[in-house]
Design a protein around this ligand. Structure first.
Ligand code: UTP
Length: 279
């Protein structure tokens, strides 16, 4: 049973400067909802109710967002605005939030390692990078799909998508054999390869199911690309033992860590909202 979801949210978000100088990237809104709330809702819909957040300096807005604001509650009580807090109130009432800080931004692998204290040693857990916003209008959310797959294969799962060859250098890229439609047994993984060195165009996006033995593997992993501790390098060790599945998820993913993806997501959700109100 996967009940805990880790949200590494300690990164600097330099692509969004100056907006992210004093505000966490994860709090940037798509319409009226911050990115991390979309991620938390996806995790809830997948059956998780413990949200473990890796924060850092300047990220206190995240903690405040997932807490009651008594002053605001008092101010809008019985007004037409109350409805705007319905979803966040439900999240606060249903989920437990735990936090720890990553003091130095040494990479995603290091951020996940810091989460060990929050998710423990016993159970598999999910990881969502909130700046990768995923939706599936046709059915189950991406994390739900991955948990279903975990229940079948009982090993680490990474979500992948096909990307153009000239974009592989932005991602971790997998090599593997297709076991069933869209499901690959991973044999190798490379972090941000140049297009001539990439083993495929199947890129890892910000959704993972990890088994707790990953923490020992990360501890033994040396800093990789850009001198950062890369989760891709740790997972590559697991993949060599046949313990990683890559899954071409159903749905859409917006790279909201980039301005272009952020605008795309905004337009998508705006159109969705407009068509819902006019129909
Ligand atoms: P990114 O690669 O998007 O980095 O991290 P970033 O620092 O957030 O953004 P840019 O590139 O400077 O614009 C992917 C995810 O991993 C987290 C980030 O918060 C983001 O959710 N992360 C990354 C950490 O928590 N700690 C790190 O040391 C690095």
């Amino acid at each position: 049973m996967i009940k805990k979801c880790l949200f590494p949210a300690a990164g600097y978000g330099t692509r969004f400067l100056p907006a992210t100088k004093a505000m966490p990237k994860e709090m940037l809104p798509i319409l009226t909802k911050p990115l991390i709330q979309y991620g938390v809702e996806e995790a809830m819909n997948a059956g998780c109710h413990v949200m473990a957040v890796i924060t850092g300096r300047g990220k206190r807005a995240i903690t405040d967002h997932f807490d009651i604001s008594y002053e605001l509650e008092h101010q809008i009580k019985n007004s037409s605005k109350e409805v705007l807090l319905k979803e966040i109130r439900h999240i606060i009432a249903t989920c437990t939030f735990t936090y720890t800080r990553q003091n130095e931004m040494k990479g995603l692998g290091d951020a996940i390692l810091k989460g060990n204290v929050l998710v423990g040693e016993q159970d598999p857990f999910a990881v969502i990078l909130a700046d990768d916003l995923c939706v599936n209008p046709e059915g189950d959310g991406v994390l739900r799909q991955m948990i279903d797959l975990y229940n079948k294969y009982k090993c680490c799962i990474v979500a992948i998508m096909e990307v153009p060859n000239d974009e592989v250098h932005k991602y971790g890229v997998i090599e593997g054999n297709e076991l069933e439609n869209g499901v690959f047994m991973v044999s190798n993984m490379v972090e941000k390869p140049s297009s001539d060195k990439a083993p495929s165009n199947l890129a890892i996006i910000g959704r993972y199911i990890l088994t707790p033995d990953i923490f020992t593997v990360i501890q033994k992993t040396k800093p990789g690309k850009n001198g950062e501790l890369q989760i891709t390098d740790a997972l590559c060790e697991q993949a060599k033992k046949g313990m990683v599945i890559a899954y071409k998820f159903q749905g859409k993913r917006f790279d909201c860590g980039s301005v272009e993806g952020f605008v795309e997501a905004t337009n998508y959700f705006y159109d969705l909202q407009k068509s819902a109100t006019t129909s």
